[in-house]
Design a protein around this ligand. Sequence first.
Ligand SMILES: O=C(O)c1cc(=O)[nH]c(=O)n1[C@@H]1O[C@H](COP(=O)(O)O)[C@@H](O)[C@H]1O
Length: 277
Amino acid sequence: MTTEPFGARLRRAMDDRGPLCVGIDPHASLLTAWGLNDDVAGLERFALTVVEALAGTTAVLKPQSAFFERFGSRGVAVLERTVEQARQAGALVLMDAKRGDIGSTMAAYAATYLDKDSPLFSDAVTVSPYLGFGSLRPALDAAAVSGSGVFVLALTSNPEGAEVQRAAAAGGTVAEVVLGHIAAENAGVRPLGSVGAVVGATLDEAGADLAVNGPLLAPGVGAQGATPADLPRVFGAALPNVLPSVSRDVLRHGPGVEALRNAARAYADEIGAVVAG
Ligand SMILES: O=C(O)c1cc(=O)[nH]c(=O)n1[C@@H]1O[C@H](COP(=O)(O)O)[C@@H](O)[C@H]1O
C-alpha cells in the first residue's frame, strides 16, 4: 500500500484544522510550572497531556527531541510513545531533531525517523543543510519512499543564524542556495511538495524567494516575540504555505487539557484569519 505523500497530507491537515504546529518542548521550568517533577514520570505526563489535548484538533505536533534525550533511554522511550499516540489520534508528527551529518551517517538518521519500521518513525523530521544540501540526500530519498517529509533549516528564528545563512555564496546568500535546492526537490509536485523550509517568523523580512512549492515552518511565534500579524510581512505571497509553530506560548497554559486546547485554538483561529487576509 502506498502512503499519500506528506505534502498532500499536510495541505489537507492545514486546510481542515488550521495552519498551526504546536511544539512539545518539555522544559524543566514548564514541568515545574505544571506541578510535575523534572524526571521521566513528569516528562511522560507532560508530553502525553499535550497529545491528549491537541492531537485530535491541531494539524501538526512537533516534539523537540532534545528535551526527551536529556533523560537518556527512558526519555527516548517516552518520545516513542508520544509520537505513536499523537499519530494514532490524528495529528501529523514533525520530529524536531535538526539532524545534519555526512551522507553515510545521514542514512542512519533517515532510518531512525523516516523508515516505517523504526520506533521513532515520524511524518516528518527537521534537518540541517549546513554540511551541504547534498548530504541530505539519504533523508530525501527515505522520505520519498515512506511518504514522509523533511524540513530543511533555511533562515532560522534565532538572531545568530544570519551570520551563516545570510553569508554570500555563489548564486545568492547561503539561505537562497538552500531554498533553491528545496524548490528543485518540490518542482511540479501538487498540491504541495514534501520538502519544507524552516523560516523564522521573527525575521524582519525574508529577503529571499520563498516560492519553494513546499511548506514553510515558521517558528518563533509567541515566546520569541513574533505574532501572527508579522506573518504577511515576512512571507508575502508564500503565506498560504506557512505553518506557524508555537511551543512555550501554548504549553504555558497547561496542565489543564481544556486550557491547552483553547490556547491552540485561539492561535489557529488568529493565524487562519491572517492567512485568509
Ligand atoms: O526547527 C525548529 O522547529 C526551530 C527552528 C528555528 O529556526 N527556531 C526555533 O525556535 N525552532 C524550534 O522551535 C521551538 C520554539 O519554541 P518556542 O520559542 O517556545 O515557541 C523550539 O523547539 C526550537 O528548537
